[in-house]
Design a protein around this ligand. Structure first.
Ligand code: ZN
Length: 64
């Protein structure tokens, strides 16, 4: 499971959003993490441990 995230990374979640997208963009990193759905632009806030459990992989790493 990926451990390091950067602002702007696109991640794939284990659960598919009702809009059909699995891809989310990280828009805030902190004790809580805010991600924006790439399909419908909905913004969701998760605590870090929940976020890490939900992420399947990083699709696009901003630092690479
Ligand atoms: Zn969505």
């Amino acid at each position: 499971m990926p451990k390091f995230y950067n602002l702007g990374d696109i991640v794939e979640m284990k659960k598919v959003h009702p809009c059909g997208s699995k891809e989310w963009k990280i828009i805030r990193l902190g004790a809580d993490i805010k991600v924006k759905c790439c399909g419908c632009a909905r913004i969701v806030m998760l605590d870090r441990s929940k976020f890490e459990k939900s992420v399947k992989k990083i699709l696009k790493n901003e630092k690479e």
